[in-house]
Structures are given as C-alpha cells and as structure tokens.
Write a protein that binds this ligand. Structure first.
Ligand code: KG4
Ligand code: ZN
Length: 328
C-alpha cells in the first residue's frame, strides 16, 4: 500500500491505498474549518499547530497496517508553507522509521487523480480545477504532461465564495453556505459577468467581489435575510456564468472528448448542472470528482502517489523540497 499525507491548507488527512487495484483501505480527515471560521479565513500559523496535533493522531490508527506500506506519498506543493512542512515532517519520520522511500506529490495533481480513486486513470482529459487556491482549465495528457489553458488573474472561484461569505458574516468556508443562500434567492442584483469585453481566456473574480461589496454597502445596516439570499444568488449566477463563458472559449479552440471537474468548489450543484448542459452542446462527456473527494483529502494524494510509485519518483528525506507557490 501507499500511505499518503495531505496538510497543504486546513485539512489534516491520512490515507492508505492498495497499489494493485487503487482501492482505498483507510482514510481519515480532521478538518480545521470550524476553528478558522471565526477569523473568516485560514490562519496559517494556527493551521500548522493543528496539523502538528492531528496528523500523529490519525497516523496512530494506521499502525497495524504500516508493515504493508511500500512508500509514503506527501503533498509538498503548492500550499501554505507552514502547513506543508507539518505533513512533510510526518512523512519524513515515517519514511525513516519504516525504511521506505518518499513520493512528493503536487496537490493539484492530487485533485485531478481524485477522479481515479478505485480504478485506472482514463486519459487524455480536459479538466476544470476549481478550488480555494486555483481556477484553471487544464489539458491533461498524462501524469507528467499537463498544460494550463486558462487560469485566474487574481482570486479563485472558491476564494470568491469565501470572500462574499465573509462580507455577509457567514463564516468560512463560504462555498457551501453561499450555495445554500443562493438556492433561496433570485438574481435581483444582476452583477456583470467578469472579462466579457476581454479576448483573453482567463478568470478574474476581484471585480465581481467589488460589485458585491458595493451592493452590500448600499444596503447599509438594513440588510435582510432576503437581501443576503439575493446577493448570494446574483453573485453565484455571475461567478458560474464566467466559468461557462471561459470554458466555451476553450472548447471552441480545443474540443475534448472527455471533460471533468475537480476541486473543493466542484461540489457546487449549480456549476455541475450548467457544465452538463455546456458539455452536451460540445458533444463532450463530462464527469465530476466524487463529492466526498472534492475538498482536500489524502485519498487523492494516495491515488496520485500510486502513479508516482509506478514511475519510481522516489526521493530521500534530504531531497524532498517544499514549494508553496508552484503550478505543475
Ligand atoms: O480543494 P479545496 O478543499 O481546497 C483548496 O485546494 O483550495 O477547496 C476549498 C474551496 C473553498 O474556497 C470553498 O469555499 C470552496 O472550495 N467550495 C465551494 C463549494 N464547496 C466548497 N465553492 C462553491 N460552491 C460550493 N458548494
Ligand atoms: Zn485543494
């Protein structure tokens, strides 16, 4: 089996996955969301301290199976440096103790391989990665051949939900709660969809965030539950429209046979529904990361870890590096 560790942001997670059939043998995640919620976002130093106490607790539960571990996969890029360090330190200790090699795993590849938990990878594939840190359209040909076709110029899709939730005092993370509010609201504010006049194929959410801020300011302290639901609905409509418009531009230039949506924000039901329509229009098959593996988890790191294991991407404890701000 591969033992995998994920600690790039605010989830401490450990998984064991069987190398021969990609089946998930053990998986546990301790989320820090409730702790960070009162700050309206992730506090890195606090995240690191919570990883330091959570990871050993989870690893302890894997002790009976450690004799079967052939390598330790760990997220080493991208992410919060102080959070990544906790996972990498744990992985180094396990690698030394068990006498097995380390496999450094790119978190974004982990999200892509969340599509293949329990089975072989089916590539090539177009991928929309929507998370708290990234919004990208990717051309994924193999584990090593991933081309970025579009990415964000400022905030990410998930991050914009978090910021709107913060402005409405709805806690962190914002994705789930804004989606819930949006379901009850209507598109009364008619926010402008970003980058419609630009020819560039990219994403930008800072302008939309500002439109929301101004709408909230105009309502002053009289803001009602209905206003909050309508702001959420209007924001979500514009945010998803932006994704669809940019995807459409990419599909016109680069039609895929298969397309998939991954990352924490791939849990958004409205986005899923609209992507199904769009992909149908382009005669493309569409799939989604399983809901339980959309947000950060170690199962996806284990799955990417098996690819790395088969490609013999082993490194020693002295070689593994942390890259907080890298792409692929
Ligand atoms: O992949 P993930 O767990 O962490 C990163 O790698 O960033 O994604 C977390 C992000 C958060 O910004 C969260 O608000 C967003 O995914 N998210 C959603 C939804 N559920 C989670 N965004 C929109 N709609 C949702 N239902
Ligand atoms: Zn992630």
């Amino acid at each position: 089996m591969i033992l995998a560790i994920e600690s790039s942001c605010d989830d401490s997670s450990v998984a064991l996955m069987k190398i021969d059939d990609y089946s998930l043998f053990f998986h546990k995640k301790i989320s820090q969301e409730a702790v960070h919620s009162s700050y309206g976002g992730v506090v890195p130093e606090l995240a690191a301290r919570l990883h330091a106490s959570a990871l050993p607790k989870i690893v302890e539960k894997t002790v009976p199976y450690l004799k079967d571990v052939k390598a330790v996969a760990v997220t080493n890029e991208p992410g919060l440096s102080v959070a990544l360090i906790e996972g990498v330190m744990m992985a180094k200790a396990l690698s030394i103790g068990l006498g097995v090699p380390l496999l450094p795993i790119n978190h974004l590849k982990g999200h892509i391989y969340s599509l293949f938990i329990g089975h072989e990878a089916k590539l090539p594939l177009g991928v929309l990665l929507v998370s708290g840190g990234h919004t990208q359209i990717l051309d994924v040909k193999s584990y090593d051949d991933i081309k970025i076709l579009a990415s964000t110029l400022d905030d990410s899709f998930g991050e914009s939900f978090d910021k709107v939730a913060k402005m409405l005092h709805l806690g962190y993370p914002g994705g789930g709660v804004i989606e819930k509010y949006a379901k009850k609201g209507c598109d009364r504010f008619n926010f402008t969809v970003p980058m419609q006049r630009s020819k560039e194929i990219a994403f930008s959410y800072s302008g939309l965030k500002n439109q929301v801020r101004l709408a909230i300011q105009n309502l002053k302290s009289d803001i009602t539950q209905k206003d909050m639901e309508d702001i959420s609905a209007s924001f979500q409509t514009a945010a998803i429209s932006h994704i669809l418009k940019q995807c459409e531009r990419v599909f016109k230039q680069n039609p895929f046979k298969e397309f998939a949506i991954v990352g924490g924000a791939a849990a958004n039901q409205e986005l899923r529904k609209q992507m199904v329509f769009l992909c149908k229009k382009f005669d493309m098959r569409v799939s989604f990361a399983p809901l339980e593996f959309c947000s950060d988890n170690a199962a996806m790191i284990a799955r990417a870890g098996i690819e790395a294991y088969k490609l013999k991407r082993f490194v020693s404890v002295n070689e593994i590096k942390i890259n907080p701000r890298c792409g692929f």
